[in-house]
Design a protein around this ligand. Structure first.
Ligand code: G2I
Length: 457
């Protein structure tokens, strides 16, 4: 049966059973699937989802490649260009040229951009590989802060941490230089990313977590713990590099994570070519479509010749860019519909318009939240206006002896040790009466213990 007749049949079933509460719920669930769409992105969008591809900056000059990309996909992920080795090749020197090319390709096509990946044990620059302890922790958190700040407001979802769990039966963490800085490195990374870009969805991403197994249960336990303690995690990515089979509990596994209150996403899908490639692709797509909080699917490349899995032909388009049977099976599964993803607020840009009448000066207060580790910390400072709006603000923080501020975001800083001053930047000086804004800084040693003072202008 083609997708249109499936839809027609569904609608007539709904009409014939109208009145039953369970069917009313189902009629809401299939809203938006009135017409079968003819591209992956458009068909996914009918239920509020995206369908994306990992892309490479070096291929954007290939017109066959970009033709398929702009026609079919409404999300992109940089295959390598936003990784640590690409964005910070030497410590403190950031290069965003290729990452920005991916970003701009996506944004100019109206696509969501998934950021991949802020911290990972692989593809680290050599300078980071040679660090350890608090020097590595500080460098890693600074990396998260800088890169997430550079892309602030532009990224739909970040893979904040990639592949931190071990394979095998234990369900524990993978050994790595990052893990050896302390078990809290993952939550420190999520907190820093949230401070830098509060509107991006923050994901944990891994492979071999596609069914219910020891590794996925290890991730599940971490996510449950993060949610219970308020660590800012919004989503879990399931890479889904699949062979010739799919775990029978694939959908149930997605659902158990969704039930923790996070979005789930299929982030790096590819399937070995074989007799059942098309049906595995279809099963993955139907599983995502059946889970309300499964917000989208990304395939890890466009044509078979673009894949990292040389010789396995694992993608939806052949080497010449022709649609494969797997493509049609995915399109049909998307067009068959599913529960609609509730809209959430995506990244928003800082306000660009100023009020016509500047608010009069008032008082302000400041409070600080610390995320500390041995030898360093990040501080998030909340600046709150009193009963009148403020037009600009200055916050003073007293640091304990021996410590120093290494960098700040969403504020300018004066001094690095002892009494350190922070003042608003152009876009966060005006705070309405009772409103608040946040800035942050990173430091060595231990963080401030007293409440900062705030002066409004
Ligand atoms: O390994 C497949 C994926 C598993 N999950 C995380 C993903 O980030 C990872 O992607 C792959 C890329 O598809 C490859 O393109 O990550 C590999 C690195 O671990 C990427 O390969 C690297 C090569 O190893 C480098 O030699 C090469 O310089 O790609 C680089 C850029 O072409």
């Amino acid at each position: 049966m083609n997708p249109r007749s499936i839809l027609r049949r569904r609608r007539s079933l709904l009409l014939s059973a109208a009145g039953a509460a369970v069917v009313l719920a189902a009629s809401v669930a299939v809203a938006g699937t009135a017409e079968a769409a003819s591209t992956l992105g458009a068909s996914a969008a009918q239920s509020g989802r995206y369908f994306g591809a990992a892309i490479a900056a070096g291929k954007l000059g290939d017109s066959t490649y970009t033709g398929i990309l702009t026609r079919e996909f409404n999300a992109v992920t940089p295959e390598n260009e936003m990784k640590w080795d690409a964005t910070e090749p030497s410590q403190g020197r950031f290069t965003y040229t290729n990452g920005d090319r991916i970003l701009n390709q996506g944004l100019s096509n109206g696509s969501k951009v998934r950021g991949h990946a802020l911290l990972w044990h692989a593809q680290q620059p050599s300078w980071a590989q040679s660090l350890s302890g608090s020097a590595l922790r500080s460098a890693a958190i600074n990396h998260v802060t800088q890169v997430a700040t550079h892309y602030k407001g532009k990224i739909y979802a970040w893979d904040v941490v990639n592949e931190a769990f071990a394979d095998g039966g234990g369900g524990g963490r993978r050994d790595s230089n990052l893990q050896r800085t302390g078990n809290d490195w993952i939550e420190a990374a999520f907190r820093a990313a949230h401070t830098a870009d509060p509107n991006a969805k923050l994901c944990y991403n891994d492979y071999n977590t596609d069914g219910v197994n020891a590794k996925s249960t290890g991730v599940y336990t971490m996510v449950r713990d993060f949610k219970s303690r308020g660590v800012p995690i919004d989503c879990v990515g399931f890479q889904s590099h699949l062979g010739t089979g799919i775990p029978g509990d694939y959908q149930a596994n997605l659902q158990r994570f969704a039930d923790l209150g996070v979005d789930v996403q299929i982030t790096e899908l590819d399937v070995a070519q074989g007799g059942n490639q098309a049906s595995i692709y279809s099963s993955v797509t139907r599983a995502c479509m059946a889970v309300t909080r499964c917000t989208g699917i990304t395939v890890w490349g466009i044509r078979d010749s673009d894949s990292w899995r040389t010789g396995e032909n694992p993608l939806l388009f052949d080497n010449s860019g022709n649609k494969k049977a797997a493509y049609t099976s995915v399109l049909n599964a998307l067009n068959a519909g599913g529960p609609t993803v509730p809209p959430t607020s995506g990244p928003t840009s800082p306000p660009t318009s100023s009020p016509t009448t500047p608010p009069s000066a008032g008082a302000c207060s400041a409070s600080v939240t610390l995320n500390s580790w041995s030898g360093g910390y990040t501080a998030t400072v909340k600046v709150t206006a009193g009963s009148a709006a403020v037009n600009g603000w200055a916050v003073t923080v007293n640091l304990p002896a021996g410590g120093a501020v290494t960098n700040a975001w969403n504020a300018t800083s004066t001094g690095t040790s002892g009494t350190v001053g922070f003042a608003n930047v152009s876009y966060n000086g005006q705070i309405p009466a009772g409103g608040s804004t946040e800035f942050g800084f990173q430091g060595t040693g231990s963080g401030p213990s007293a409440t900062p003072t705030c002066r409004a202008s």
